[in-house]
Write a protein that binds this ligand. Structure first.
Ligand SMILES: O=C(O)C1NCC[C@@H]1O
Length: 344
């Protein structure tokens, strides 16, 4: 048997959210920066994303990352993030999976009790602090690129819902943010299907009605996700809130979502509800948690921005040689609208 492609995949999840890490089999990806490499993968090598994430090998709730050497003098390694409808500039849960796999499989040396890494994502350098004990990464704290609000307290017209108040925020991916309770949601797992359906409608309306362009890199994707924000409360002096990010084409992030948490920090700061250094415990629809805080303030073009720090944990679940038989009738995979909501 001669295989057309064999990928070495380390299966991993961060607080419940899948993040496969491809550590071999891709070969050369041209480009100086990880953003260049992301564009090359997107334009000329998209068969890899489709093979890994589409059916019959993948599923709508899967994500993947290709680990690649970085040309940046400060970076220990680079990675390009693959999701079911896009190549995001950044992803929090995926970064936790990449850091954990790099250290737990020995691709980069682990130092206990703390290993500091600098990873080059397509969005830029991400500083990562990994707490490590007995060969295990027990916590990954990443410092994201700056997050900022494009639109605060805007209104959009949404089919079947009428006028809805939203905010549009960049946290490595671009979010339409909405108050969950205002739309009758408590962010309970039983609401997941309806959250996805409403979330996709909100996203489509926001894309049509509110313009965004990243001031430093106009090629960064626009609004692709919806974040339902649960009420903000204080527990033992700490800010706590539940959220659910609906990732296109319409499924719930199982983790509290690192880029969504970054967006939430930027929005809370813009509204005077969090100060730098304060901790936000951000909960997912499954009840898993990220600890989030603002590490500093910045400016991105004309926008006031925050530098988000997000902590969580990832776990390796398996090691997989994923192959493509040359006679396989689905070299680019397929999607079915029962779980994918829309075919993509
Ligand atoms: O943590 C995050 O940022 C994300 N999780 C999957 C979708 C987003 O990339």
């Amino acid at each position: 048997m001669r295989f057309k492609k064999v990928l070495s995949v380390v299966e991993c999840h961060a607080e419940g959210e899948s993040g496969k890490v491809i550590v071999g089999g891709v070969g050369q990806v041209p480009g100086k920066t990880m953003f260049d490499k992301k564009l090359h993968l997107e334009n000329y090598m998209d068969d890899i994303r489709k093979m890994v994430l589409f059916e019959p090998r993948g599923a709508v709730w899967h994500n993947a990352n290709i680990v690649l050497p970085s040309n940046h003098p400060d970076a220990d390694m680079g990675y390009v993030i693959l999701e079911t409808t896009e190549y995001p500039a950044m992803s929090g849960s995926n970064t936790m999976c990449v850091a954990t796999v790099l250290l737990e499989t020995g691709i980069l040396p682990m130092q206990e009790p703390v290993t500091n890494l600098t990873l080059e994502s397509p969005a830029g350098l991400i500083r990562v602090r990994c707490e490590c004990r007995d060969g295990k990464v027990t916590s990954v704290r990443l410092v994201n690129q700056p997050a900022f609000c494009y639109h605060v307290d805007s209104k959009i017209e949404v089919a079947g819902l009428g006028t809805v108040g939203v905010d549009i925020v960049y946290g490595g991916m671009t979010y339409v943010m909405v108050d969950a309770a205002a739309l009758g949601f408590s962010v309970d797992p039983s609401e997941a299907r309806e959250l996805c359906e409403v979330g996709q409608r909100l996203k489509t309306a926001a894309v049509e009605q509110l313009a965004v362009e990243h001031p430093e890199n106009p090629a960064i994707p626009g609004i692709t996700n919806t974040e339902f924000m649960g009420p903000l409360r204080r527990e033992n002096g700490q800010l706590v809130s539940r959220n659910c990010v609906v990732v296109s084409p319409g499924r719930c992030d199982r983790s509290p979502c690192g880029t969504g948490s970054s967006a939430r920090l930027a929005l809370l700061h813009a509204k005077g509800l969090i100060a730098p250094g304060e901790t936000l415990v951000h909960e997912s629809i499954t009840g898993s948690r990220f600890l989030c805080s603002i590490d500093g303030l910045a400016k991105v073009g004309r926008y006031d921005a925050v530098i988000p720090a997000i902590s969580g944990q990832a776990w390796i679940t398996g090691f997989h040689q994923m192959g493509m038989d040359p006679t396989d009738p689905y070299p680019n995979g397929f999607t079915v609208a029962d779980t994918w909501m829309a075919t993509v």
